[in-house]
Design a protein around this ligand. Structure first.
Ligand SMILES: Cc1ncc(COP(=O)(O)O)c(C=O)c1O
Length: 379
């Protein structure tokens, strides 16, 4: 008889709280099964309160939130937008939607996020040459906030807006405030793999009510405020569904618990694996508190005895999903023409980095299953 595989451990599956279904039932009873309705307004208000950012717009994805924001910031053909190289493509795909040009920045070894020193140098050079970027879009990686004070100071000096890609940092903190607060705008994701999810969804937040009003207008087909349908510009169909907003309200109510659990998972991995030679854990910057969306480690084959891919395949053979750290954008074939600023920190993290299963419903036994396989891979 063929051996049955142990149950799959996914990287970061959805984790419902039990509060979502009654809220969805409420939506059905109200018949607002539409991209408008009271749940959507409730979700936006609750999220604004959670973030302590006054204006929010719930949309169909984090990608949509980034697209709307970049368009409103005036990004257009041939403009430069500066972004972290070590990220998921959705951080930067809207740069291409708008026919602008991405410039990718290497990350700081200590945070794995955009290196402010590189940014400062490049900003000075760009100012001298009179070709400032239209926006800077740093990514909060795996829950770690980028160093926003440093980045904002550099950008403010030249009047360049900062749009934070906070897709992965929902629930994280930077100097006592929630991720993304205090910048021109921030985009969040509630995709199925995120710390809280609406199956698919996103949110744009800003202190600037006009920016969010404009995003709201563009997200609903840019309909002019008249009874007949009238359009003076082309918009998008980007609004979040009222049904999914109900899921979001349920999920938001357990977000802090989810952060605590993901941090506990990280701590358990670290306790169980930190004695292994060649293994290092993603550092946590002292300016913030990461949601530890994914536990990311690096594996130095010289010390460990095997490389990251060997470990990933060993986990996969036991039906456990792990993933390499993001492949930097400047190494992606689609961006082969794009400029890259800085060194090879991101490249090294991609070569050696592995994200371990981090779902908030993981049991200690499941974590131990992962740990024992990683340990077996050590020389
Ligand atoms: C860094 C980053 N930016 C943007 C996104 C895009 O979010 P969404 O999938 O909701 O479009 C994601 C996740 O998918 C992400 O990880």
């Amino acid at each position: 008889m063929p051996a049955t595989k142990p149950p799959r451990i996914f990287l970061s599956p959805p984790h419902m709280s039990g509060r979502e279904l009654p809220l969805i039932e409420e939506v059905f009873e109200s018949n607002y099964v539409a991209p408008a309705g009271p749940m959507l307004e409730r979700f936006e208000a609750a999220f604004a309160e959670y973030l302590d950012i006054p204006h929010t717009l719930a949309v169909s994805s984090g990608t949509a939130a980034l697209h709307l924001a970049m368009r409103i910031l005036g990004v257009g053909e041939k403009d430069e937008v500066w972004a972290s190289s070590l990220t998921f493509i959705a951080s930067v795909s809207a740069i291409d939607f708008l026919r602008a040009e991405p410039v990718f920045f290497d990350v700081d070894e200590a945070t794995w996020t955009m290196d402010p020193n590189l940014l400062e140098e490049e900003m000075r050079r760009a100012a001298r040459q009179g070709r400032l970027p239209k926006a800077v879009v740093p990514t909060d990686l795996y829950g770690q906030c980028c160093d926003l004070d440093a980045i904002r100071t550099i950008c403010d000096a030249h009047g360049v807006p900062v749009l934070v890609d906070a897709a992965e940092s929902v629930g994280s903190e930077y100097r006592g405030r929630k991720s993304g607060a205090g910048e021109r705008a921030a985009a969040y994701s509630f995709n199925g793999n995120k710390i809280i999810t609406t199956s698919g969804g996103g949110l744009l937040a800003s202190d600037d009510g006009e920016l969010i009003a404009e995003a709201r207008f563009l997200s609903t087909q840019a309909r002019e405020p008249v009874v007949h349908y009238q359009h003076e510009t082309i918009g998008y169909n980007y609004r979040m569904s009222n049904v999914l907003a109900a899921i979001g309200i349920g999920q938001l109510s357990v977000l802090d618990e989810r952060v605590a659990k993901r941090r506990a998972i990280f701590d358990r991995y670290r306790e169980e694996l930190c004695d292994l030679p060649g293994i290092a854990f993603m550092p946590e910057a002292d300016y913030g508190r990461s949601n530890r969306w994914l536990t990311a480690i690096t594996i130095d084959p010289a010390g460990f005895g095997n490389d990251r891919e060997h470990v990933r395949l060993a986990l996969e053979a036991e039906n456990i999903e792990a993933r390499p750290v993001w492949k930097p954008m400047h190494l992606q074939p689609v961006f082969r023409e794009a400029r890259h600023v800085g060194g090879a920190v991101g490249e090294r993290l991609f070569e050696t980095g592995l994200c371990l299963p981090s779902g908030s419903q993981m049991t200690d036994e499941e974590i131990d299953r992962v740990v024992s396989i990683v340990r077996e891979c050590a020389r």
